[in-house]
Design a protein around this ligand. Sequence first.
Ligand SMILES: [Zn+2]
Length: 469
Amino acid sequence: MLRLLDTATGVAVPPAERAGARVGLYVCGATVYGPPHIGHGRFALVYDVLRRYLARSGYDVRHVSNITDVDDKVIDRAAAEGRDWREVAEEAEEQWWAAMDAMGVLRPHEVPHATDYVEEMVSLVAELVRLGVAYETSDGVYLACDAVEGYGTLAHQSLDSLRSGARAVVGEEKRSPLDFAVWKKAKPGEPTWPSPFGPGRPGWHTECVVMSLSLLGEGFELHGGGLDLVFPHHENERAQAVALGRPFARHWVHNGLVVVGGEKMSKSLGNYTELKTLLDAYDPRAYRLLVLRSYYRSPLEVGPSTLGDAAAALQRVDELARRLEAVRPRQDTVPRGWDAPGGQSRPAAVFPAAQSLRGRFVEAMDDDLGTPRALAEVLGAVREANRLLDAGEATGALALGDVALELLGVLGIEPAGVEAPPATIVELAGRRESARRAGDYDAADRLRDELAAQGWKVDDLPDGPRLHR
Ligand SMILES: [Zn+2]
């Protein structure tokens, strides 16, 4: 069973109490004011693989990731360029999705835009004021952090130590330097929305708490984002929910950052490489492979030599896929690409190394999304299958190679030039299988129709469901 290290407790826990349960996953998404850099690419890939693996593990995943389309950075860029802020946000969002599509990142099930939820944000701010945990100043409304029980849970620091580390800014009316804006009163030329505190716009921390609770409900399972968001962003999201007495995320997961010479890659430091530059220069799958070769919480240096290694590994994958198709018996119409969790593909069943590969892969992934070990196992099997083909052992090569390619598909890596069920189809089939096992045949039938509408059939064979055109 998959266990993920929870940032709040430091303990590895299952994402939900029972297999097959719903897992609501909220991931802080892009602030759209410019083209994404490779650090953004890493977080998108990490949560894409987490989402795919949750689905593969039988969970009913609901992946929500927001777009912050109003923010100081969006407004500043629009002002600097003499453009409308909406135009800046729309252009940057297009660039975002183009890069995500190039990397094969599945679109989240929901992509809330902050500007669509402002009314709810105003209500939340009003409620915080009514409860006496937020107060108004001349420039906004602030949450009083010392009124929140357990403030510092994510930072693993006490309120006192956080307070002594925070710097007071001369002229600010905040009661404590830790207090943060839940509503920002309008400055000249800024986009505004009406509120009981005058026209203005919501604070960033307020946006995410409203959108996550609104779309996933109270006590949703997983909240994710980059490690740089743990404090203050996630601490402050949590603080608002706690102040309102609303159960928030049950578990927290964070990805490590892309670093340059040990320093965080960021737009403000100017040490970034645009994602598009990397994706234009290399096979986009190479970046996914490189990201998965590191533990998701570790810092990651990205350079030409590691990208080159990844591209070479992918060539071996593509070569294997081509060679397997060439030796595959014609009557074998079973497509590669999907087996039920714990299922056995027929050729694999007669070849123990292929069976144990699946087990070793699952064991590595279950251990806090251990993609480095899982990938090493699979790429080792790719080498071995190519070796078996060299030795003329087609049956063994097919058995081992098909499982290796299937498992790469779980990580979102498909061989070039060979059709396999796309991940969205695999996910639909996984949901159907979960529904079927839970005895919800209406839902299972609906999902079968959905698959059929997209041109895929599913056969329930004794050893598990099988997808084919
Ligand atoms: Zn957020």
